[in-house]
Design a protein around this ligand. Sequence first.
Ligand code: HBI
Ligand code: FE
Length: 290
Amino acid sequence: MTADLHIHAAPPEGAAADWTIPQNWDAFTREEHAVWDTLFERQAKLLPGRASTAFLRGLDALRLSDGGIPNFDDLSERLMKLTGWQVVAVPGLVPDDVFFEHMANRRFVSGNFIRRADQLDYLQEPDVFHDVFGHVPMLADPVFADYLAAYGRGGLRALELGALPQLARLYWYTVEFGLVEEDEGLRIFGAGIVSSSAESVFALDDPSPHRIGFDLERVMRTEYRIDDFQQNYFVVPSFDELLRVTVETDFAPLYERILPRPSIPVAQLVEGDRVIHRGTQAYAAAREPA
Ligand code: HBI
Ligand code: FE
C-alpha cells in the first residue's frame, strides 16, 4: 500500500509552478481566429431561446462577440469588475488539485489552443472555445460565480475525503451539462452543451434523454458518459437554489452515506426522481454496438 500523497507530474517546460502559461495572444494566426469566429457565429445564432438568460447576458457583458479569440487580459479585466474572476491560460488538462486551487481563488483555467478548422465538432481536450465561450459567460453571473468558487473549495476537500468521483459528477451534471428551469421553459447553461451545436439542440429538443429535477445526492451517485450526448440531463430550479444547497450541505456526512452505495447507471430512473421528461433513450439505443 502506498499513501495517497497527491504526487503528480511537474508542470511542463515553460509553465509556472501553478501550471499557468502566458496566453501569448499575438501568436494566434488569422486561421485560428477565424475558427473562433466560425464557431461563435454558429452558436450565437442557435442560442437565443435555448441558452439561459444568465449565459446570454454574460456573452454581452464580456463582449465575446468582438471577433477573434479573446485576449485574456482584456477579458479578465471585464470579468474582474463583474464578479472578481479572472481567466488564465494553461497548456491543457491540469492535475485535479491545481484545477481546484485556481477555481477556489476565482481563476478559471483555459486551454490555450483552438481546434482545427477541419475538426469543428471534434474535441479530445478542452480548447479555448469550449473553455471561454462555454464556461466564462456564466462567470459573469454573480450567483454562478460564487457557486464555481465554492465548487473549487469543495474539490480540495473532496480530494482529502476520497470522494473526487462523487464531486466530479456534480460538476459534470451542472457546470458542463446543466439545464435550468426558466419562466419560458427549460434552458441550457452547461458549457459542454452551449459550446456544441448538436448538443445545444439535442439537450432541449430530442425525446431520447431523461430530463430530471436536480437533487444533489442523486447527481453525486449518477454515472456519466464522456463519449457521446448525455442520456440524462439534470434541471436546476435556479442558480440561487444550486448555490444554496451546495453551501448549506455538509459534504462529509453526505460522502459517508453515498460512498458505500452502488452508483446509479446512466439512464436509470430511481425512486424519488422528479422526472420532467422521461426519455425514450432511442438515440443511445441506436448507437449501441451490435
Ligand atoms: N484541467 N484544464 C483543465 N480543465 C478541466 O476541465 C479539468 C482539468 N483538470 C481536472 C479536471 N478538469 C477534472 O478532472 C476535475 O474536475 C475532477
Ligand atoms: Fe469544460
